[in-house]
Design a protein around this ligand. Sequence first.
Ligand code: 6LW
Length: 571
Amino acid sequence: MSVVKNPIRSGFYPDPSVCRVGDTYYCVHSSFGYAPGIPLFKSTDLIHWEQIGHVLKSKEQLQLNGAATSGGIYAPTIRYHQGTFYVIVTNVTHGGNFYVTCNNPEGTWSEPHILPEAEGIDPSLYFEGDKCYYIGQRSKKEAAYFGDCEIWIQELDYHKHQLVGKSQAIYDGALKKAYWPEGPHLYKKDGYYYLLIAEGGTEYAHSICAARSRELLGPYESCLWNPVFTHRHLGHSYPIQNAGHGELFDTPDGNWYMVMLATRPYQEGAELGRETFLADVTWEEDWPVINAGEGRLRPYQIIQTAGGKKAELTKPIALMKPIESAEDAELRETTEIIEDIQIKEITKRVDNIDKNLYWNPNPDMRIIGLRRNILLEGYKGCRVQNNRLYLPLLQAELWDIHTVPAFLGIRLTDTEFSMSVRMEFSPEATSCEAGLVYYYDENNYIQFIVTKQSVQIICRKNGTDEIAVTVDIIDAEKSIRKEGSRKEPEKQHTLTITGKKQTASFQYDGRIIADNLSLSYLCSERAGGFTGCTVGIYGATHNKFTEQDFSKYHSQATENFAIFDIIYTNL
Ligand code: 6LW
């Protein structure tokens, strides 16, 4: 028996979908307006998860022009059938529902197969024999209210990549006047077809409901104890909220588990977004029971190691409480707890396991860009040279969803965080800026930037910029260098953001520029949307550049780049 800490994946990794192939589990998540799209993880023990890549990388697979941060790629499902992996997903900004395939998930996935007739979002696949079925969510034709949706099914000819036959609605939620029945997955077990859906919307009222039928096309009967899982009744101050959108899977030993999304808000705002949790599933009266005896997500989840039968739980092991109970403490002391080692891929490239961001020899897989990944694509001269990252100062603003800004970030995975970078930046023009960003979406972020004249903290809130702090660069330099020193100003500077309890402190070469700045508005609860925050580097110019200018900069003119060393971070 081992114990894994929940969430099994922290930071915004929502809408988890898992498929098992032999003794290996693969897991995918939504990625919205970020690139590359759909992070892909692998595990053989449900404890250690290793990121093995992203599913959507090419321009054909990932069209995000004009995509807002919470637009783009929603709720993928991963399945395996006769040697082929399938990931089906919605691009809410371009093209709707489509799927890609591959034989080796660590390699390159196919071109997108777009299903133009597939309405709605949250597609899933169910294979039976040689046949494949598409299951999705859509608005009812005569929807009586916003969120009045239905789950529908249609055969998919996966050789011709098109839906065939007729679509049929099979379920419209467990509750009378159900809101947002969505995120469906279909399974077969012991002669029943099981439909698992999310219901109530992805916020506080989120839930998981189940229905079953002896026939694939229904009629589906609702589970009498629906919702089979929710935290909606626990009150907004409960430390885990929004639990829903589950995926069921079994182990080679016949044990059942579920992954689902949930949040961990602080004062009703979850800056980490919707994370992925693991729960235990048993079956009673041919219905799934999730975390039997407790009905809530646990801070630690027991995993039965290979060959073992699931332990009978005689009493609840560990209820999630803000203050650790004696029982939890004992469990923590006596059991091997494996912290989330989701950065395992880094260990392949560096000798020691730490969380710093490296780009050599390959960029760290956690690095994501907005709409495109300027580093992976070598976009406008973005490159790694002599172990240093050259970030072009693009004429593209973080708020403009029709551009690709020079932004490279990683998901915020801890509410206590720090990111520090050594940056060489000597802009020619007063219109250039570079530094760090704490980013929620195009209308809400905090920039910690250096310009030719100053160091600034700019808070963008609901689409309006507010300068929180400006320090004249000469003053900043003076106060940092010893008085009377005649040294030339340094070209390299260290910028650090440190955050805790949704406040942050900003340091420039060790000097505090701003302290206790509130980050609390940067979350979906206050700003809308579906992501969590990211933290990263950013550069821009407000000058007009031509394409020719960029090819010139590519080979020379370091003043048109901000140059970064390793990024030090605990994330
Ligand atoms: C997703 C929907 C949902 O498509 O949120 O939690 C949406 N559920 O099923 C975006 O993640």
